[in-house]
Design a protein around this ligand. Structure first.
Ligand SMILES: Cc1cc2nc3c(=O)[nH]c(=O)nc-3n(C[C@H](O)[C@H](O)[C@H](O)COP(=O)(O)OP(=O)(O)OC[C@H]3O[C@@H](n4cnc5c(N)ncnc54)[C@H](O)[C@@H]3O)c2cc1C
Length: 415
């Protein structure tokens, strides 16, 4: 049996393990942590074909500069004299064009739809319980400017064949009776779904264990054994794992691991925060995005609600900034005046680092430098949404069979 070593046990690594195991490989997942709390756990859990626009868009640079002056704003870049950050920033600005947004829409839609279909299969055929609910998502807006933007997004969503409609104030209240929403209206994306990421991850871990996948926790990959354009083995401290194929899915840390192989993957960490309440008085039927505030509200798993947001481009060891959590909860009150949510103690606040590629598209592909290395990283705000689909594509790339969709836009060597 051929051995595949997967570096990273987040949603991308575990989804890849799932499909590689099904394809008949002997799979080992190596993670530097206990695989219980990373970025794939405390996120908003949206499976969202509606997110066909990448982070790098025209106007985001100007808007981002304004936001940077406000400690509670949705976007922040910690100024640092760091070569990788500067190079990422230049690539990000180069990508923030209308042409790039137009080019990205179809591949982002297709991988999200593939992923959504696979999550549906997992939840039915594989008996995994992760509170998957295809109930759609509401994007609330408060200003005329945002209404105009919503109309443009709706036109594009329909062109892409996605089920979406615009709701006025009254129609919105009818969708969420009793919530007392203060908003002009909303875009309703019936095409979107919600899941509970913590349960998704634990279901996957259980399934993988039951199906013979080796899970190596608290093992940090520190080097490789290479020979003539192939990786022969992976080193984690004193341990050595022989490999016929390697999948690099170490989230934001993938850049550092790739450097050990002499590869450059432009990526930075986009830190986000969330707080989760059980049996709270805040009752909502749908997942909600507050457009202007860039905050996500996820009613999940029956009795839970999660408030999350903020994109903070910062050093991976910087202490958390509680003002940003305060900013998230204050934004919620602007749309839900009855919601007085206190900022919880720091140990009740979760945060994680989105692996942000410079152009907002993931890297999913084989590399030119090593014939047996596949990369699956850089999913930024969409790792859950695109997770199952990415896993399937990774398995196909390792097998060398035609992939379920065109992966050229996600190629590792793109400019
Ligand atoms: C507030 C917030 C809300 C979000 N909401 C959503 C959402 O609603 N929908 C959505 O699709 N996405 C969302 N995201 C983004 C999503 O969470 C990420 O894109 C996704 O979790 C990334 O998964 P990953 O597997 O690539 O990385 P990770 O989950 O970070 O996993 C990488 C793993 O690699 C391991 N690792 C690192 N270095 C090494 C090493 N040297 N050796 C071994 N192991 C290593 C790490 O320990 C880690 O476990 C959100 C993110 C945040 C912060």
């Amino acid at each position: 049996m051929e051995k595949v070593i997967i570096i990273g046990g987040g949603i991308i690594g575990l989804s890849s393990a799932f499909y590689l195991q099904e394809a008949g490989y002997a799979v080992t997942v190596i993670d530097s942590t206990d695989m219980q709390q990373g970025c794939s756990y405390g996120n908003a859990g949206y499976v969202c074909p509606s997110h066909f626009v990448p982070l790098a868009t025209p106007g985001i640079v100007k808007q981002g500069l304004k936001w940077m002056l406000n400690a509670k704003s949705p976007f922040y870049v910690q100024p640092r004299l760091n070569g990788d950050l500067i190079s990422w920033g230049l690539k990000f600005m180069k990508s923030a064009t209308r042409e790039h947004v137009e080019r990205s829409a179809v591949p982002l839609r297709d991988i999200a739809l593939l992923s959504k279909q696979l999550y549906e299969t997992w939840s039915r055929q594989h008996g995994m319980d992760f509170s998957y609910e295809p109930k759609g998502m509401l994007e609330l807006f408060k200003t005329d400017g945002s209404l105009h933007h919503a109309e443009e997004t709706l036109t594009e969503a329909r062109r892409l064949g996605l089920d979406a409609r615009l709701l006025n104030r009254e129609e919105l209240q009818a969708m969420e009776p009793g919530a007392g929403i203060d908003a002009l209206g909303a875009l309703f994306f019936a095409c979107d779904a919600q899941l509970y990421p913590n349960k998704l991850m634990s279901s996957l871990l259980t399934w993988l264990q039951q199906h013979g996948v080796q899970l190596e926790v608290n093992q940090e990959v520190t080097g490789f054994v290479t020979e003539g354009g192939r990786i022969r083995g992976v080193k984690a401290g004193v341990r050595h794992y022989p490999a016929d194929h390697v999948v690099l899915a170490a989230g934001v840390w993938s850049s550092g691991v790739a450097k050990q192989l002499g590869l450059r993957i432009p990526m930075v960490g986009g830190r986000g925060y969330s707080v989760t309440f059980e049996n709270a008085p805040y009752k909502l039927h749908h997942s909600i995005i507050l457009s202007e505030a860039r905050v996500a509200i996820s009613p999940m798993d029956g009795n839970k609600i999660r408030f999350g947001g903020t994109m903070e481009i910062t050093a991976l060891n910087a202490p958390p900034r509680m003002q940003r959590v305060q900013g998230i909860l204050e934004s919620v009150k602007r749309y839900f005046p009855a919601y007085d949510i206190p900022v919880p103690a720091a140990d009740k606040v979760w945060y994680g680092y989105r692996p942000c590629s410079a152009d907002g598209l993931p890297y999913i592909g084989n590399t030119q430098q090593y014939t047996n290395l596949t990369l699956a990283t850089g999913h930024s705000m969409l790792g859950i949404s695109l997770g199952a689909g990415t896993g399937k594509l990774v398995s196909e790339l390792v097998q060398g069979v035609p992939p379920s969709m065109d992966v050229t836009p996600f190629s590792v060597g793109r400019g």
